[in-house]
Design a protein around this ligand. Structure first.
Ligand code: UD1
Ligand code: MG
Length: 456
């Protein structure tokens, strides 16, 4: 039997006060809707359909990489009307799972408990008990505790409003039965909407059991309706992530000041993370590596026993074992640092390879370069890689020593063990093992006097 997942995502999200459709707002660097889609993937949903509406084509075009069916609900006439749009895609034997596009934190483990409750003769419904159920549909049970129906807040009697068990909206229903119930929905209610929740009373009338489960935590079923709730769920997400990393042996100085975005992490034991660190995308960090405060690492492969000091920005780069980076270093895309490399303060490296043991410790720009092993690049060295139209490569061979305040005008090669005198502008290749410098001879002017201020 297929799991046929339907993600409801057509609603407007008025309270977001935004020009962007609600489900495209992000938690942990990913649109709300994408979190829900990832959950569908994790439970091996066989077919997944997203019902979109508000925001029009912006939603499917922004998330065109998702492997789903997109169905537009042109008018939002209620959750039942939304699911009616999917009827052509529902087969009789399907187990139809309803998810909400604005509920991003639902866990796989919760669905693993919910799905088995559904059968040909039972509907599985995820409910939760709140201190105050205001705004939600209430789960009405009979005196034996058997679910009878769901009543929406606006249609509820005072007695029903006092019920604290509420409908999360998440349910699993047999395909054939769902289709017959959807066909019978009416909108004769307070909101003049086609309520999906009305199928519960229809099921009960046919002798179908309503089996309920609860999520592990209430945050899992919270939806986002405004920016405050968006920030709250972001925090819950980040706390959960920090918790599970610490569980796996990562030291996080302060879990309240640690963020993961577009999560795809692989961190080894005894990685230490200081405060205000953001890890984004595919980040691999080897054992014993220490990340200093205020550092952003995006799509990077960091070796073991690396020290990254405070205030570094590292993106799409590879950093070898035992290297030391920062403070205040910027490692830009397509940079590969081998083992034991040192990159110091105010150094920017772009699209360059630096071999083992080389040091670029102060105030330098190294771009489009190949740097050999045990090279020492002095303070204020600049590879002039760009002539305003094209980029050129600088090659610095093993053991070279580049004096401070040097410009290497690419394309240029500095030979093995060559030394470049400080303050040079190097425009052609330099020989191996020799000192090369381009510098005016120093002169001192005899009898020169400092000018004095004129008297008026
Ligand atoms: C719904 C439930 C309510 C439940 C609550 C949980 C119904 C009638 N009520 O209420 O029992 O407690 O969710 O949050 O189902 N949507 C569409 N098309 C529509 C209407 C809604 O795609 O025409 C989507 C929304 O984008 C949202 C979800 O369905 O993701 C729920 O819609 P919303 O309006 O928030 O439902 P509620 O009225 O709050
Ligand atoms: Mg509503």
């Amino acid at each position: 039997m297929r799991i046929n997942t339907v993600i409801l995502a057509a609603g407007k999200g008025t309270r977001m006060r935004s020009n962007i459709p609600k489900i495209l707002h992000e938690v942990a660097g990913m649109p709300l809707l994408q979190h829900v889609h990832m959950l569908a993937c994790r439970i091996n949903s066989d077919i997944t359909t997203i019902i979109y509406g508000h925001g029009g084509n912006l939603v499917p075009t922004t998330l065109s990489n998702l492997n789903v069916n997109w169905i537009e609900q042109k008018e939002q006439l209620g959750t039942g009307h939304a699911v009616q749009q999917v009827v052509p895609m529902i087969e009789d034997n399907d187990r139809v799972l309803i998810l909400y596009g604005d509920v991003p934190l639902l866990e796989k483990s919760t669905l693993d408990r919910l799905l088995p409750l559904q059968s040909d003769n039972s509907v599985a419904l995820l409910t939760v008990v709140l201190d105050d159920g205001t705004g939600y549909g209430r789960i009405v049970r009979n005196t034996d505790g058997v679910v009878q129906k769901i009543v929406e807040e606006k249609d509820a009697t005072a007695k029903e409003k006092a019920i604290t068990e509420i409908n999360t909206g998440i349910m699993v229903v047999n395909g054939a039965r769902l289709k017959t119930w959807l066909a019978r929905l009416e909108n004769s209610n307070a909101q003049k909407e086609y309520y999906l929740t009305d199928i519960i009373a229809m099921a009960v009338a046919e002798g179908i059991d309503i089996k309920t489960a609860h999520p592990n935590t209430n945050a899992e079923v919270l939806g986002v309706n405004n920016k405050q709730q968006l920030a709250y769920l972001e925090r819950v997400y980040q706390s959960n992530k920090a918790e599970s990393l610490m569980e796996s042996g990562i030291t996080i100085r302060d879990p309240l000041r640690f963020d993961v975005r577009k999560e795809n992490l692989s961190l080894d034991r005894d990685v230490e993370i200081d405060i205000n660190v953001i890890l984004e995308g595919k980040v691999t960090i080897g054992k014993g590596t220490k990340i200093g405060p205020n550092t952003i690492i995006t799509d990077a492969d960091i070796g073991s026993n690396v020290t990254i000091l405070a205030n570094c920005v590292i993106e799409n780069a590879k950093i070898g074992n035992g290297s030391r980076i920062g403070p205040f270093a910027r490692i830009r895309p397509e940079t590969e640092l081998a083992e034991q490399v040192q990159i110091g303060n105010f150094v920017e490296i772009k699209k360059s390879k630096v071999a083992q043991g080389s040091k670029i410790n102060h105030l330098s720009y190294i771009g489009d370069s190949v740097v050999g092993s045990n090279v020492n690049i002095g303070a204020g060295t600049i590879t002039c890689n760009y002539d305003g139209a094209n980029k050129f490569q600088t090659t610095i061979e093993d053991g070279a020593f580049i004096g401070s305040d040097t410009q290497l005008v690419a394309p240029v090669t500095i030979g093995k063990n060559a030394t470049i005198g400080a303050g040079s502008t190097i425009t052609s290749n330099t020989p191996e093992g020799k000192l090369t410098l381009s510098r005016n001879k120093q002169v001192s002017i005899e009898g020169w006097k400092r000018p004095k201020k004129k008297r008026s």
